[in-house]
Write a protein that binds this ligand. Structure first.
Ligand SMILES: Cc1cc2nc3c(=O)[nH]c(=O)nc-3n(C[C@H](O)[C@H](O)[C@H](O)COP(=O)(O)OP(=O)(O)OC[C@H]3O[C@@H](n4cnc5c(N)ncnc54)[C@H](O)[C@@H]3O)c2cc1C
Length: 458
């Protein structure tokens, strides 16, 4: 396996006191201790869990924000030791690797050989297995669909010792249940991903200021053929600055250039910031600076892929900026019929709440069908917001925003969630009972138990 990129420690935090090692999700909320059971070889499961009666859950880098990667008082099957590259065919771009390999490790191997990930999220520190289990999306969703659309096959191991090869033609129902299956259908030991050819690390970038959702929608229509599009939106300002933002778009450069691996990240956020560090004032100042950082209405640049795709990875553990109480994310997808009205209403509600969101990301999802039964993306608008946790304020706001999402016909993203209620989840994902038939009886998560009231049936 490629060794060049040392991925930062996974969700595992070094314990200061003896006892079960805490495994944190990225939002650091909720905090649950679970026993960590490392899986270093594909054959370790199910033997490593023999005799356990309190449930288990495969986990990767813990880059999910909420509790899809947590299991209170259960066993976390840590897959990051299963990170070997198994096969690569430069003629087809097909790369096979164990599921605990990170996208950073795949990039270190593939970029110097002229290949890039077909779909990437906003951090490269996620595992192949985690990317499949949440069927993640990236800035090219409108042309490429979700990550799962590029996974040609994978293995699936169940706690009863059975093993299945899953692909669109082999065990297609298991393929569909496992992509976006939240780690509940079994452990994915390995997968094959179709990589895309590139000739340069560079992205032909263009940043365009917009003022309001209608200008955002105009830019979205004009950029249909551009591979990557995403927008930062100011969700604090009201009045004439309401929903102003920067529309960022780019394509891989077609001019051949040196394809070297990325340098190691050097900056680490060193401590938990005090609770007052992020407040309405600092966030409002950040939003104003970000908007004006792009001095001209339109800016073009030839940019390395690192700052284009992974600006936040530059500072490892930036989630500590939110202090020990952590952060919550809220991400919806509202279908086109009501996407404009829903987005204006939700941004209005956020601005009115005074609960500042530091990072607000707006994007149009395309209509490439997702292969997963439980996949989150659907054609329309998606908005992702980060909030520091303020117990008496954040949760009532989240409940209101989730209800508004439901009323506009949308749904929330489990990978980012720690707050949706069981009735909300079951409305967003009416197919959940059909999906539940594929759940491995040993596997469960705090998310699943919260949104279904279900528990392991051992
Ligand atoms: C800064 C940042 C930016 C992000 N940007 C995006 C984005 O743009 N788009 C997007 O879609 N997501 C985004 N995410 C979310 C992230 O991509 C997903 O939560 C991803 O699934 C995390 O992968 P992981 O390896 O950390 O898995 P974990 O968070 O540890 O686990 C995620 C899920 O995968 C399951 N799982 C893990 N490994 C296996 C396995 N081997 N077999 C079966 N199930 C398994 C777990 O049970 C769990 O349900 C972002 C997260 C961060 C922190």
């Amino acid at each position: 396996m490629p060794q060049t990129s040392t991925a930062p420690a996974a969700g595992i935090q070094s314990p200061e006191t003896p006892g079960p090692a805490p495994f944190e999700s990225w939002g650091r909320y909720p905090t649950y201790s679970g026993k960590i059971v490392p899986l270093n070889w594909q054959g370790d499961f199910p033997a490593a869990t023999a005799g356990i009666h309190n449930g288990a859950l495969p986990v990767g880098m813990g880059r999910s924000y909420g509790d899809v990667c947590l299991l209170k008082d259960g066993n976390l099957l840590l897959t990051t030791g299963m990170n070997r590259l198994l096969d690569f065919d430069p003629a087809t771009g097909l790369l096979t690797a164990e599921s605990g390999i990170t996208l950073a490790q795949i990039l270190d191997f593939a970029v110097p050989r002229g290949f890039f990930l077909p779909v990437t999220p906003g951090t490269k520190y996620v595992t192949l297995g985690g990317a499949i289990a949440n069927d993640i999306h990236g800035k090219n969703h409108h042309v490429a669909g979700t990550f799962g659309s590029h996974v040609t096959q994978f293995g699936l191991m169940r706690s009863d010792g059975t093993y299945r090869l899953c692909s669109p033609t082999e065990n297609p129902d298991w393929y569909s249940a496992t992509i976006g299956g939240l780690g509940l259908t079994g452990v994915i030991p390995w997968a094959t991903l179709r990589m895309k050819p590139i000739v340069s690390r560079k992205i032909d970038y263009e940043g365009i200021q917009f003022h309001g959702i209608d200008e955002f929608l105009d830019l979205t229509r004009q950029s249909e053929k551009i591979e990557y599009t995403v927008s930062w939106v100011d969700c604090v300002s009201t009045g004439k600055n309401f929903a102003r933002g920067v529309f960022m778009q780019g394509d891989h450069s077609s001019v051949p250039d040196e394809l070297k691996p990325s340098p190691e990240p050097k900056l680490v956020f060193p401590f938990d910031a005090p609770g007052f560090a992020l407040n309405a004032f600092t966030v409002s100042a950040f939003n104003t600076v970000f908007f004006h950082k792009q001095m001209k209405p339109r800016v073009t640049a030839l940019q390395d892929y690192e700052p284009f795709f992974y600006p936040l990875d530059k500072v490892l553990h930036w989630n500590r900026l939110y202090g020990k109480s952590g952060l919550l994310q809220f991400q919806y997808a509202i279908p086109w019929d009501s996407a404009r009205e829903g987005t204006i209403a939700i941004l209005g509600e956020v601005a009115k709440s005074g609960l500042a969101s530091f990072l607000a990301v707006l994007k149009a999802f395309g209509d490439v069908p997702s292969p997963g039964m439980m996949s989150f993306p659907q054609p329309g608008i998606t908005l992702a917001l980060d909030f520091p946790i303020k117990p008496n304020l954040s949760f009532p706001l989240f409940e209101r925003l989730a209800d508004m999402t439901r009323d506009y016909g949308g749904r929330l993203y489990p990978a980012k969630d720690a707050a949706m209620t069981a009735p909300q989840f079951q409305t967003f994902y009416p197919q959940w009972e059909q999906f539940a038939r594929y759940r491995d009886p040993m596997l469960t998560s705090s998310f699943w138990e919260r949104v279904t009231g279900d528990s392991p049936t051992l």
